[in-house]
Design a protein around this ligand. Structure first.
Ligand SMILES: C[S@@+](CC[C@H](N)C(=O)[O-])C[C@H]1O[C@@H](n2cnc3c(N)ncnc32)[C@H](O)[C@@H]1O
Length: 448
């Protein structure tokens, strides 16, 4: 069998994601781990898969002009999407090359008729470049949805919550590639010391403007470096680095991390506690316990006890009271669309309502384990008010022994403090604020 090129492999991944409703990052990992691709091809496959999923609605809108009424097989539609993506968004690939490849793939997989149709559609698009600029019909939300390729229902919700300009900025930011960042392990060295070492090989490494523990790590596979193996850092998004400091931990405290795997924030807490005290790190999935343990080992942390439990059952496990509790809740993930573009297409308003309901129940259950005077941080990587502000506001309304803690501001870096809502008990970082993940962080205090 002929060796498959990057485009055909990308097409296989796109087809599988759609047929099996699977996650593109997992399907990609599968393909890349087979090790059949050279690094540049692996990069191209990744870009084609994420880009095509990212821009799906815009691509389909343009496609609709040229295939009016024709029923396309799934693989043919994906081949056309993939090719349009290259034509529109990848400057380094000449349009003619994209068309030629598509026609060859169509011949191999289908028959001459399909190849001619693919050729015709793509050449028509090339002949009418202004088709990309034609505004879709409809109101502002519909147009924004098509132009920035986001589901209309989501765009409508964001416009209601944040206004049109911010929504446009959120969507545009979601369409930009994420940048890599790492968090220094302060048990081993300072950020400046790590920066100095990294710059020997990565001269563009730079301090994060958002987190004092963060370093921007451009153009490299951070987890593949020797510094990672030696435990000098954790790969983590900059917004995510704001969560552990929001708990204002001290060495010697008892801390519960109720949804902990793979331990990104648990290990940050341990570093802030100077590896003194006790952290119970729980997650519902048994196989994830090992991930937390491995990360702790690699970083030289000894105070973390990983356990497996549904957070709803934690109060029944006789764990006692905690000085600090982190509930980094499962969520819709709409703050990390740039990393997982399928999320925006797969989730529905009902999913948001269901997860918000679970989040509230999780919060109610774990909050009961907080010692009087203690602090609880509720965080998510989403920007849906229903999963964020609504959850914590309802919680304090129904539990007068808890209050949103305005002193949170003191434990946020200056850049994040500027994004504090009128109410200082929580902060919603949006993806375009710092070109980092969208994150919500609320701090609750249990009255004495
Ligand atoms: C946002 S992730 C946590 C990320 C983690 N805090 C970190 O920084 O690395 C949410 C986690 O909650 C876990 N989870 C989902 N439902 C849960 C439940 N009912 N009880 C406990 N853990 C749950 C998932 O397995 C997932 O690992």
């Amino acid at each position: 069998m002929a060796h498959k090129g990057a485009r055909e492999i990308a097409l296989d991944v796109l087809n599988r994601v759609e047929q099996h409703k699977s996650y593109s990052n997992l399907e990609l990992k599968h393909v890349l781990e087979r090790g059949e691709l050279r690094a540049p091809d692996a990069g191209l496959v990744t870009e084609l898969v994420y880009g095509t999923i990212q821009r799906r609605l815009t691509l389909d809108e343009v496609l609709a002009h040229f295939v009016r009424g024709k029923k396309l097989q799934l693989w043919v539609r994906n081949l056309l999407r993939l090719s349009l993506y290259q034509i529109r968004y990848l400057d380094r690939i000449p349009a003619r090359a994209a068309v030629h490849e598509a026609v060859e793939i169509a011949k191999r997989r289908g028959h001459q008729g399909i190849a001619s149709m693919v050729n015709g559609v793509l050449r028509n698009v090339l002949r009418q470049p202004d088709v990309w600029e034609r505004l879709p019909e409809g109101d502002a939300a519909r147009r924004l949805a098509v132009e920035e390729s986001h589901p209309e229902w989501l765009v409508r919700r964001w416009i209601a919550a944040y206004g049109e300009a911010a929504t446009r900025a959120i969507c545009a930011s979601n369409n930009r590639p994420p940048h890599a960042s790492v968090r220094v392990n302060t048990l081993k060295l300072t950020r400046d010391e790590l920066l100095e070492r990294l710059r020997e090989e990565y001269p563009d490494a730079a301090p994060s403007p958002l987190s004092p523990h963060g370093i921007l790590f451009p153009g490299g596979h951070a987890a593949g470096t020797r510094w990672f193996s030696e435990g000098y850092f954790t790969v983590q998004d900059e917004s995510s680095m704001l969560v552990a400091p929001a708990l204002a931990v001290q060495p010697g405290m008892r801390v519960l991390d109720a949804c902990a795997a793979p331990g990104g924030k648990t290990t940050h807490l341990a570093e802030l506690m100077q590896n003194k005290g006790e952290i119970v790190a729980s997650d519902v999935h048994p196989h994830k316990r090992e991930l937390i343990a491995e990360n702790a080992d690699r970083l030289g942390i000894s105070i973390i006890t990983p356990i497996t439990s549904d957070a709803l059952d934690l109060p029944d496990r006789g764990l006692g009271a905690f000085d600090r509790i982190l509930l980094d809740a499962p969520c819709s993930g709409f703050g990390v669309i740039r990393r997982k573009p399928d999320l925006k297409w797969n989730k529905t308003p009902d999913d948001v309502a269901a997860i918000a309901d679970l989040q509230y129940r999780l919060l109610e259950r774990v909050a009961g384990m907080l010692a009087p005077g203690g602090l609880l941080v509720y965080s998510t990587c989403t920007i849906e008010p229903e999963e964020n502000q609504s959850v914590v506001r309802r919680f304090v309304a129904e539990h007068p022994e808890f209050a949103l803690d305005e002193a949170l501001a003191q434990d946020l870096p200056e850049a994040a403090r500027e994004k504090l809502d009128g109410h200082a008990g929580y902060v919603q970082v949006l993806p375009h604020h710092f070109d980092s993940d969208g994150f919500f962080i609320a701090r609750l205090k249990r009255k004495r």
